[in-house]
Design a protein. Structure first.
Length: 327
């Protein structure tokens, strides 16, 4: 089975449109249509219902999604394993990531990759964006995953994901759609590293920035929200299980449909790509890009784009949120 067909199918399923899938994959719409038709013939079933407004999955399409995802993941894991085997890649890879990418992306990204072998060792630590930036400039980290864009001559920075934020509350609190003037909005502390994000959300809800409370522990944040102390503004992935279990409910409040997105940036120390472990670092960076492209969170305009945040004194500066679409 052609992996391009699987990728095209998953992209069209995610975007709900063949034309948008063509744009995302940088191919013509006729190419997308051909790949989908070939896949349907191979499976002997219809995967999409074509409508004027786009496409929706049939029952067979919904069933096939998870198998297509597994197949692509297995292919990438096998490709990476074979490439590593024959390349003779050796050395240490030092990764430092914020909580969200460390918890929800790195395990999937590194699936099937031994962290320790005779030839190489992969070190992983979790820290804040500012700490990661500092340690990278000191040369103790090769690759970082952060939530604030940086610009520095020694680093390469690119946005690899824009994660939707959702407003969640306890089932009892969710019954009241109106916001209290003194409503508390709980943010995960990593989100507050980009101060404009919290300010933007408070402004949308007609609240003052004093309503924002940052907690450094996600479990504590969820506990406060479950007890009805306020509303949590968090990346969707961090509360997917609680929403499925019904212990937290997604709030439909005025302004939530346009909540800003939390960015995840891949930061690479340039010297690390040329040193003793350079081949290992470059291979990992390539795998990261493929992972986020497959996941569908890679902003088109951000691919290979430089950072918007400017640091003239070695300190990270959040990017202007009004330019996010250009990042």
């Amino acid at each position: 089975m052609d992996n391009r067909r699987l990728l095209t199918f998953l992209t069209a399923a995610r975007l709900g449109s063949l034309s948008r899938a063509a744009e995302a994959l940088y191919v013509t719409q006729s190419t997308v249509t051909t790949r989908i038709n070939e896949l349907e013939r191979e499976l002997n079933c219809q995967l999409f219902i074509r409508e004027a407004r786009g496409v929706t999955l049939t029952e067979a399409g919904r069933v096939f999604v998870r198998y297509a995802q597994r197949a692509l993941q297995s292919w990438e894991e096998g490709r990476a394993a074979v490439a590593s085997l024959h390349s003779g890649i050796r050395g240490d890879l030092r990764i430092m990531a914020c909580h969200v990418p460390a918890t929800y992306d790195l395990p999937a990204l590194l699936r099937g990759t031994p962290l320790v072998t005779d030839a190489r060792r992969i070190h992983i630590q979790t820290r804040s964006s500012k700490r990661i930036f500092r340690d990278m400039l000191q040369g103790s980290v090769d690759v970082g995953f952060v939530h604030v864009r940086f610009r520095h001559p020694d680093l390469e920075t690119e946005v690899v994901a824009e994660t939707p934020l959702v407003a969640v509350a306890s089932p009892q609190r969710a019954k009241r759609p109106a916001l209290d003037p003194y409503e508390v909005l709980f943010f995960f502390e990593e989100e507050l590293e980009d101060a404009l994000l919290a300010q933007s959300v408070c402004h949308q809800f007609g609240l003052t920035p004093a309503s924002a409370v940052g907690l450094s522990d996600m479990a504590a944040l969820k506990a406060f929200v479950k007890q009805g102390f306020g509303i949590g503004i968090v990346p969707r992935a961090t509360v997917a299980d609680e929403i499925a279990q019904g212990t937290l409910l997604e709030m439909e409040l005025e302004g939530t449909s346009s909540l800003p997105k939390q960015i995840t940036c891949l930061v690479v120390r340039k010297e690390a790509m040329e040193g003793e472990s350079g081949a290992l670092v470059r291979q990992f960076v390539d795998n990261v890009r493929r992972y986020y492209e497959r996941k569908g969170t890679l902003p088109r305009a951000a691919e290979g784009a430089p950072s918007d945040g400017v640091a003239t004194d070695g300190a990270p500066v959040p990017a202007d949120r009004s330019r996010r679409g250009q990042a």
